[in-house]
Design a binder for this molecule. Sequence first.
Ligand SMILES: Cc1ncc(COP(=O)(O)O)c(C=O)c1O
Length: 400
Amino acid sequence: MPGFRYSPSAGGSGPARLREILGRASRPGVISFAIGMPAAELLPARQLAAAQQQVLPGNTAALQYGLPSVALKRQIVELMAERQVACGEDQVFLTSGAQQGMDLVARLFLGPGDTALMEDTVYDGIRLAAGRLTERLITVPTDTAAGIDVDAVASCLAAGAQPRLLYTIPNGHNPLGVTLSAARRQQLIALARRHELPVLEDDAYGALHYDGAPPPPLRALDPDWALYLGSFSKILAPSLRAGWLVVPEEMVSRLSPLKHGADLDTPSLSHHVVSAYLAAGHLAEHVARLRAEYRTRRDTMLACLAEHLPGELRWTRPGGGMFIWVELPPALDAADLLEEAIAGERVAFCPGAAFAVGESARARHGFRLCFATCTPEQIADGIHRLGRAVERALERVGVL
Ligand SMILES: Cc1ncc(COP(=O)(O)O)c(C=O)c1O
Protein backbone atom coordinates (compact mmCIF):
# COMPACT_ATOMS: atom_id res chain seq x y z
CA MET A 1 0.00 0.00 0.00
CA PRO A 2 1.32 3.51 -0.78
CA GLY A 3 2.02 5.62 2.31
CA PHE A 4 -0.79 8.16 1.85
CA ARG A 5 -0.57 11.11 4.23
CA TYR A 6 -4.26 11.42 5.11
CA SER A 7 -5.57 14.50 6.84
CA PRO A 8 -6.07 13.91 10.59
CA SER A 9 -9.55 15.45 10.23
CA ALA A 10 -10.52 12.61 7.86
CA GLY A 11 -10.61 10.36 10.92
CA GLY A 12 -10.02 6.60 10.89
CA SER A 13 -12.15 4.01 9.18
CA GLY A 14 -14.29 3.39 12.27
CA PRO A 15 -14.11 0.54 14.78
CA ALA A 16 -12.84 -2.42 12.72
CA ARG A 17 -14.48 -5.05 14.90
CA LEU A 18 -17.91 -3.47 14.57
CA ARG A 19 -17.58 -3.14 10.79
CA GLU A 20 -16.54 -6.73 10.50
CA ILE A 21 -19.39 -8.07 12.65
CA LEU A 22 -22.00 -5.91 10.91
CA GLY A 23 -20.64 -7.16 7.57
CA ARG A 24 -21.51 -10.68 8.69
CA ALA A 25 -24.99 -9.49 9.73
CA SER A 26 -25.90 -8.87 6.10
CA ARG A 27 -25.12 -12.41 4.92
CA PRO A 28 -27.99 -14.47 3.47
CA GLY A 29 -29.90 -16.44 6.08
CA VAL A 30 -29.28 -13.92 8.88
CA ILE A 31 -32.42 -12.18 10.16
CA SER A 32 -31.12 -8.65 10.61
CA PHE A 33 -32.61 -5.96 12.80
CA ALA A 34 -29.31 -4.08 12.55
CA ILE A 35 -29.88 -1.36 9.95
CA GLY A 36 -32.51 1.42 9.99
CA MET A 37 -33.99 0.65 6.59
CA PRO A 38 -37.59 1.22 5.53
CA ALA A 39 -39.48 -1.97 4.64
CA ALA A 40 -38.70 -2.75 0.98
CA GLU A 41 -42.24 -3.96 0.26
CA LEU A 42 -43.68 -0.63 1.49
CA LEU A 43 -41.57 1.62 -0.73
CA PRO A 44 -43.95 3.47 -3.08
CA ALA A 45 -42.16 2.28 -6.22
CA ARG A 46 -45.17 2.37 -8.59
CA GLN A 47 -46.23 5.89 -7.61
CA LEU A 48 -42.66 7.18 -7.79
CA ALA A 49 -42.31 5.63 -11.24
CA ALA A 50 -45.51 7.40 -12.30
CA ALA A 51 -44.16 10.68 -10.88
CA GLN A 52 -40.94 10.22 -12.83
CA GLN A 53 -42.89 9.51 -16.03
CA GLN A 54 -44.71 12.75 -15.47
CA VAL A 55 -41.48 14.73 -14.97
CA LEU A 56 -39.63 13.24 -17.95
CA PRO A 57 -39.22 13.68 -20.87
CA GLY A 58 -41.06 17.03 -20.87
CA ASN A 59 -39.21 18.78 -18.07
CA THR A 60 -35.55 18.98 -19.10
CA ALA A 61 -34.87 21.33 -16.17
CA ALA A 62 -34.99 18.19 -14.05
CA LEU A 63 -31.89 16.96 -15.89
CA GLN A 64 -29.98 20.23 -15.77
CA TYR A 65 -27.83 22.14 -13.33
CA GLY A 66 -30.20 24.58 -11.78
CA LEU A 67 -31.72 26.27 -8.80
CA PRO A 68 -33.41 24.14 -6.15
CA SER A 69 -37.04 23.25 -6.96
CA VAL A 70 -39.31 26.10 -5.87
CA ALA A 71 -42.33 23.78 -6.16
CA LEU A 72 -40.78 21.36 -3.66
CA LYS A 73 -39.96 24.19 -1.27
CA ARG A 74 -43.60 25.33 -1.40
CA GLN A 75 -44.80 21.81 -0.68
CA ILE A 76 -42.41 21.58 2.26
CA VAL A 77 -43.82 24.86 3.62
CA GLU A 78 -47.25 23.17 3.58
CA LEU A 79 -45.93 20.03 5.26
CA MET A 80 -44.31 22.17 7.95
CA ALA A 81 -47.60 24.05 8.51
CA GLU A 82 -49.26 20.70 9.24
CA ARG A 83 -46.63 20.26 11.96
CA GLN A 84 -47.44 23.74 13.33
CA VAL A 85 -44.22 25.26 12.00
CA ALA A 86 -44.84 28.56 10.23
CA CYS A 87 -42.20 29.29 7.61
CA GLY A 88 -41.79 30.65 4.10
CA GLU A 89 -39.99 29.26 1.05
CA ASP A 90 -37.05 31.56 1.76
CA GLN A 91 -36.39 29.71 4.99
CA VAL A 92 -36.39 26.28 3.36
CA PHE A 93 -33.03 24.95 2.19
CA LEU A 94 -33.12 21.73 0.15
CA THR A 95 -30.37 19.20 0.82
CA SER A 96 -29.18 15.85 -0.46
CA GLY A 97 -30.77 14.07 2.50
CA ALA A 98 -30.83 15.02 6.17
CA GLN A 99 -27.25 13.84 6.54
CA GLN A 100 -26.06 16.63 4.27
CA GLY A 101 -28.19 19.11 6.22
CA MET A 102 -26.48 18.18 9.49
CA ASP A 103 -23.07 18.24 7.83
CA LEU A 104 -23.67 21.76 6.46
CA VAL A 105 -25.01 23.09 9.76
CA ALA A 106 -22.06 21.55 11.60
CA ARG A 107 -19.69 23.29 9.17
CA LEU A 108 -21.55 26.55 9.61
CA PHE A 109 -21.00 26.60 13.37
CA LEU A 110 -18.01 24.43 14.21
CA GLY A 111 -14.29 24.73 13.69
CA PRO A 112 -11.16 23.56 15.54
CA GLY A 113 -11.51 24.23 19.27
CA ASP A 114 -15.27 24.84 19.15
CA THR A 115 -17.60 22.79 21.31
CA ALA A 116 -20.60 20.80 20.10
CA LEU A 117 -23.14 19.40 22.54
CA MET A 118 -25.03 16.16 21.91
CA GLU A 119 -26.40 13.08 23.63
CA ASP A 120 -23.90 10.41 24.69
CA THR A 121 -25.77 7.74 22.72
CA VAL A 122 -27.01 9.12 19.44
CA TYR A 123 -27.21 8.71 15.64
CA ASP A 124 -23.61 8.35 14.49
CA GLY A 125 -24.05 10.72 11.52
CA ILE A 126 -23.72 13.76 13.80
CA ARG A 127 -20.57 12.41 15.43
CA LEU A 128 -19.07 11.87 11.99
CA ALA A 129 -20.12 15.32 10.74
CA ALA A 130 -19.11 17.31 13.84
CA GLY A 131 -16.17 15.15 14.91
CA ARG A 132 -14.07 15.97 11.87
CA LEU A 133 -14.47 19.69 12.52
CA THR A 134 -13.64 19.71 16.22
CA GLU A 135 -12.46 17.27 18.86
CA ARG A 136 -14.60 18.93 21.50
CA LEU A 137 -17.81 16.92 21.51
CA ILE A 138 -19.38 17.16 24.94
CA THR A 139 -22.29 14.96 25.90
CA VAL A 140 -25.34 14.73 28.11
CA PRO A 141 -27.38 11.62 28.94
CA THR A 142 -30.83 10.80 27.60
CA ASP A 143 -33.73 9.63 29.72
CA THR A 144 -35.39 6.78 27.81
CA ALA A 145 -38.81 7.97 29.07
CA ALA A 146 -38.62 11.72 28.33
CA GLY A 147 -35.67 12.42 26.04
CA ILE A 148 -32.47 14.47 26.25
CA ASP A 149 -31.60 15.39 29.85
CA VAL A 150 -32.29 19.12 29.75
CA ASP A 151 -31.16 19.59 33.35
CA ALA A 152 -27.78 18.19 32.34
CA VAL A 153 -27.70 20.67 29.44
CA ALA A 154 -28.47 23.47 31.92
CA SER A 155 -25.70 22.28 34.29
CA CYS A 156 -23.24 22.12 31.45
CA LEU A 157 -24.03 25.68 30.41
CA ALA A 158 -24.03 26.92 34.01
CA ALA A 159 -20.59 25.37 34.48
CA GLY A 160 -19.27 27.57 31.68
CA ALA A 161 -19.39 25.34 28.61
CA GLN A 162 -19.95 27.45 25.51
CA PRO A 163 -21.19 25.07 22.83
CA ARG A 164 -21.66 26.54 19.37
CA LEU A 165 -24.32 23.96 18.50
CA LEU A 166 -26.59 21.43 20.20
CA TYR A 167 -27.93 18.45 18.22
CA THR A 168 -30.88 16.33 19.30
CA ILE A 169 -33.54 13.99 17.86
CA PRO A 170 -36.83 14.94 19.53
CA ASN A 171 -39.05 12.33 17.82
CA GLY A 172 -38.48 8.57 17.56
CA HIS A 173 -34.88 8.94 18.74
CA ASN A 174 -32.25 6.93 16.93
CA PRO A 175 -31.19 4.64 18.64
CA LEU A 176 -33.11 5.03 21.93
CA GLY A 177 -36.65 5.25 20.53
CA VAL A 178 -37.77 8.00 22.93
CA THR A 179 -39.82 11.10 22.05
CA LEU A 180 -38.96 14.33 23.86
CA SER A 181 -41.71 15.45 26.25
CA ALA A 182 -43.52 18.77 25.68
CA ALA A 183 -42.20 20.13 28.99
CA ARG A 184 -38.59 19.37 28.07
CA ARG A 185 -39.07 21.00 24.67
CA GLN A 186 -40.09 24.21 26.43
CA GLN A 187 -37.14 24.00 28.82
CA LEU A 188 -34.67 23.33 26.03
CA ILE A 189 -35.88 26.29 24.01
CA ALA A 190 -35.74 28.55 27.08
CA LEU A 191 -32.10 27.53 27.53
CA ALA A 192 -31.33 28.00 23.84
CA ARG A 193 -32.68 31.56 24.00
CA ARG A 194 -30.96 32.42 27.23
CA HIS A 195 -27.59 31.12 26.05
CA GLU A 196 -28.02 32.01 22.36
CA LEU A 197 -27.40 28.36 21.52
CA PRO A 198 -28.51 27.07 18.10
CA VAL A 199 -30.37 23.76 18.49
CA LEU A 200 -30.42 21.47 15.48
CA GLU A 201 -33.53 19.28 15.78
CA ASP A 202 -33.27 16.22 13.57
CA ASP A 203 -36.83 15.23 12.72
CA ALA A 204 -36.08 12.36 10.31
CA TYR A 205 -38.71 10.23 12.10
CA GLY A 206 -41.30 12.90 13.04
CA ALA A 207 -44.03 11.58 10.71
CA LEU A 208 -43.67 8.01 11.93
CA HIS A 209 -45.65 7.98 15.15
CA TYR A 210 -47.86 5.19 16.44
CA ASP A 211 -49.64 6.40 19.59
CA GLY A 212 -50.74 9.88 18.53
CA ALA A 213 -48.75 12.80 17.16
CA PRO A 214 -45.70 13.99 19.11
CA PRO A 215 -45.63 17.52 20.58
CA PRO A 216 -44.91 20.28 18.02
CA PRO A 217 -41.29 20.57 16.86
CA LEU A 218 -38.85 22.89 18.65
CA ARG A 219 -39.01 25.12 15.58
CA ALA A 220 -42.71 25.73 16.32
CA LEU A 221 -41.62 27.11 19.70
CA ASP A 222 -38.79 29.27 18.45
CA PRO A 223 -38.09 30.36 14.85
CA ASP A 224 -34.66 31.79 15.70
CA TRP A 225 -32.65 29.30 17.73
CA ALA A 226 -34.29 26.05 16.63
CA LEU A 227 -32.99 24.82 13.27
CA TYR A 228 -35.22 22.14 11.77
CA LEU A 229 -33.92 19.18 9.80
CA GLY A 230 -36.36 17.05 7.75
CA SER A 231 -36.06 14.09 5.38
CA PHE A 232 -38.06 12.09 2.85
CA SER A 233 -35.79 9.07 3.37
CA LYS A 234 -37.92 7.28 5.94
CA ILE A 235 -41.33 8.25 4.56
CA LEU A 236 -40.61 7.87 0.81
CA ALA A 237 -37.24 6.33 -0.08
CA PRO A 238 -33.67 6.88 1.15
CA SER A 239 -32.15 6.77 -2.34
CA LEU A 240 -34.03 9.92 -3.36
CA ARG A 241 -31.57 11.90 -1.22
CA ALA A 242 -34.22 14.48 -0.46
CA GLY A 243 -33.94 16.39 2.78
CA TRP A 244 -34.43 19.95 3.96
CA LEU A 245 -33.58 22.52 6.57
CA VAL A 246 -35.87 25.22 7.92
CA VAL A 247 -33.64 28.02 9.20
CA PRO A 248 -33.69 31.83 9.47
CA GLU A 249 -33.60 33.31 5.97
CA GLU A 250 -30.22 34.96 6.55
CA MET A 251 -28.66 31.54 7.16
CA VAL A 252 -29.72 30.24 3.74
CA SER A 253 -27.24 32.49 1.96
CA ARG A 254 -24.47 31.12 4.20
CA LEU A 255 -25.47 27.50 3.61
CA SER A 256 -25.54 27.87 -0.19
CA PRO A 257 -21.77 28.27 -0.74
CA LEU A 258 -21.06 25.41 1.69
CA LYS A 259 -23.36 23.15 -0.29
CA HIS A 260 -21.91 24.37 -3.55
CA GLY A 261 -18.47 23.26 -2.39
CA ALA A 262 -19.82 19.86 -1.31
CA ASP A 263 -21.94 18.71 -4.25
CA LEU A 264 -22.78 21.76 -6.38
CA ASP A 265 -26.45 20.97 -6.82
CA THR A 266 -29.30 19.06 -5.26
CA PRO A 267 -30.19 15.83 -7.10
CA SER A 268 -32.65 17.74 -9.30
CA LEU A 269 -34.29 14.77 -10.97
CA SER A 270 -35.19 13.10 -7.70
CA HIS A 271 -36.36 16.37 -6.12
CA HIS A 272 -38.62 16.98 -9.13
CA VAL A 273 -39.95 13.44 -8.77
CA VAL A 274 -40.66 13.99 -5.06
CA SER A 275 -42.46 17.20 -5.97
CA ALA A 276 -44.60 15.46 -8.63
CA TYR A 277 -45.37 12.67 -6.12
CA LEU A 278 -46.51 15.23 -3.53
CA ALA A 279 -48.54 17.16 -6.12
CA ALA A 280 -50.39 13.95 -6.99
CA GLY A 281 -51.54 13.88 -3.35
CA HIS A 282 -50.13 10.46 -2.40
CA LEU A 283 -48.16 11.29 0.72
CA ALA A 284 -50.86 11.37 3.41
CA GLU A 285 -52.22 7.96 2.44
CA HIS A 286 -48.75 6.47 2.17
CA VAL A 287 -47.66 7.76 5.58
CA ALA A 288 -50.92 6.46 7.13
CA ARG A 289 -50.09 3.02 5.67
CA LEU A 290 -46.52 3.16 7.01
CA ARG A 291 -47.81 4.10 10.46
CA ALA A 292 -50.30 1.23 10.51
CA GLU A 293 -47.77 -1.33 9.28
CA TYR A 294 -44.89 -0.16 11.47
CA ARG A 295 -47.21 -0.03 14.50
CA THR A 296 -48.02 -3.71 13.92
CA ARG A 297 -44.32 -4.52 13.58
CA ARG A 298 -43.44 -2.56 16.72
CA ASP A 299 -46.19 -4.32 18.69
CA THR A 300 -45.12 -7.70 17.35
CA MET A 301 -41.52 -7.07 18.36
CA LEU A 302 -42.53 -5.83 21.83
CA ALA A 303 -44.74 -8.88 22.41
CA CYS A 304 -41.98 -11.25 21.21
CA LEU A 305 -39.38 -9.54 23.41
CA ALA A 306 -41.67 -10.01 26.42
CA GLU A 307 -42.12 -13.66 25.51
CA HIS A 308 -38.54 -14.61 24.69
CA LEU A 309 -36.11 -12.33 26.54
CA PRO A 310 -35.17 -13.15 30.13
CA GLY A 311 -36.27 -10.80 32.91
CA GLU A 312 -32.71 -9.45 33.38
CA LEU A 313 -33.17 -7.28 30.27
CA ARG A 314 -35.04 -3.97 29.84
CA TRP A 315 -36.19 -2.30 26.65
CA THR A 316 -37.96 0.84 25.49
CA ARG A 317 -41.49 1.08 24.09
CA PRO A 318 -41.13 3.68 21.32
CA GLY A 319 -44.07 5.87 20.34
CA GLY A 320 -42.40 6.68 17.02
CA GLY A 321 -39.47 6.02 14.72
CA MET A 322 -38.07 2.60 13.86
CA PHE A 323 -36.08 1.48 16.89
CA ILE A 324 -36.31 -0.36 20.20
CA TRP A 325 -33.36 -0.04 22.58
CA VAL A 326 -32.50 -3.05 24.73
CA GLU A 327 -30.40 -2.83 27.90
CA LEU A 328 -28.27 -5.76 28.99
CA PRO A 329 -26.99 -6.49 32.48
CA PRO A 330 -23.57 -4.84 33.05
CA ALA A 331 -21.81 -8.21 32.84
CA LEU A 332 -22.71 -8.55 29.16
CA ASP A 333 -21.11 -6.61 26.32
CA ALA A 334 -23.45 -6.03 23.35
CA ALA A 335 -20.70 -6.53 20.73
CA ASP A 336 -19.81 -9.95 22.23
CA LEU A 337 -23.48 -10.89 22.24
CA LEU A 338 -23.81 -9.87 18.60
CA GLU A 339 -20.97 -12.19 17.57
CA GLU A 340 -22.62 -15.06 19.41
CA ALA A 341 -26.08 -14.23 18.03
CA ILE A 342 -24.88 -14.23 14.43
CA ALA A 343 -22.74 -17.35 14.77
CA GLY A 344 -25.17 -19.38 16.87
CA GLU A 345 -28.62 -18.18 15.82
CA ARG A 346 -28.14 -16.18 12.61
CA VAL A 347 -29.83 -13.10 14.00
CA ALA A 348 -28.34 -9.58 14.17
CA PHE A 349 -28.83 -6.20 15.83
CA CYS A 350 -26.76 -3.03 16.06
CA PRO A 351 -24.60 -2.86 19.20
CA GLY A 352 -24.74 0.39 21.12
CA ALA A 353 -21.04 1.09 20.55
CA ALA A 354 -21.98 2.27 17.06
CA PHE A 355 -23.82 5.22 18.66
CA ALA A 356 -21.41 6.11 21.45
CA VAL A 357 -19.97 9.62 21.56
CA GLY A 358 -16.92 9.03 23.77
CA GLU A 359 -17.14 6.53 26.60
CA SER A 360 -20.70 5.42 27.24
CA ALA A 361 -21.55 2.50 29.53
CA ARG A 362 -25.09 2.61 28.20
CA ALA A 363 -23.81 2.09 24.67
CA ARG A 364 -21.52 -0.80 25.65
CA HIS A 365 -24.30 -2.72 27.38
CA GLY A 366 -27.16 -1.86 25.05
CA PHE A 367 -28.23 -2.52 21.51
CA ARG A 368 -30.69 -1.26 18.90
CA LEU A 369 -33.32 -3.31 17.14
CA CYS A 370 -34.98 -1.92 14.01
CA PHE A 371 -38.60 -3.09 13.86
CA ALA A 372 -39.42 -1.51 10.48
CA THR A 373 -37.47 -3.60 7.97
CA CYS A 374 -38.60 -7.17 8.69
CA THR A 375 -42.08 -8.63 8.32
CA PRO A 376 -44.00 -9.62 11.48
CA GLU A 377 -43.22 -13.30 10.70
CA GLN A 378 -39.48 -12.59 10.46
CA ILE A 379 -39.68 -10.51 13.64
CA ALA A 380 -41.30 -13.41 15.54
CA ASP A 381 -38.67 -15.86 14.28
CA GLY A 382 -35.77 -13.46 14.81
CA ILE A 383 -36.67 -12.46 18.36
CA HIS A 384 -37.16 -16.11 19.30
CA ARG A 385 -33.60 -16.74 18.05
CA LEU A 386 -32.34 -13.67 19.89
CA GLY A 387 -33.90 -14.94 23.13
CA ARG A 388 -31.93 -18.19 22.82
CA ALA A 389 -28.68 -16.31 22.11
CA VAL A 390 -29.22 -14.03 25.12
CA GLU A 391 -29.94 -16.94 27.44
CA ARG A 392 -26.74 -18.69 26.43
CA ALA A 393 -24.72 -15.48 26.85
CA LEU A 394 -26.19 -14.86 30.31
CA GLU A 395 -25.28 -18.40 31.32
CA ARG A 396 -21.74 -17.81 30.02
CA VAL A 397 -21.27 -14.74 32.24
CA GLY A 398 -22.98 -16.46 35.18
CA VAL A 399 -26.05 -14.22 35.35
CA LEU A 400 -28.55 -17.05 34.71
C1 LIG B 1 -31.65 10.48 13.06
C2 LIG B 1 -31.26 10.40 11.63
N1 LIG B 1 -30.98 11.52 10.97
C3 LIG B 1 -30.61 11.51 9.68
C4 LIG B 1 -30.49 10.33 8.99
C5 LIG B 1 -30.05 10.37 7.55
O1 LIG B 1 -31.15 10.68 6.76
P1 LIG B 1 -31.02 10.96 5.21
O2 LIG B 1 -31.19 9.65 4.50
O3 LIG B 1 -32.14 11.91 4.92
O4 LIG B 1 -29.69 11.56 4.95
C6 LIG B 1 -30.78 9.13 9.63
C7 LIG B 1 -30.65 7.85 8.90
O5 LIG B 1 -30.74 6.79 9.42
C8 LIG B 1 -31.17 9.17 10.98
O6 LIG B 1 -31.46 8.05 11.65
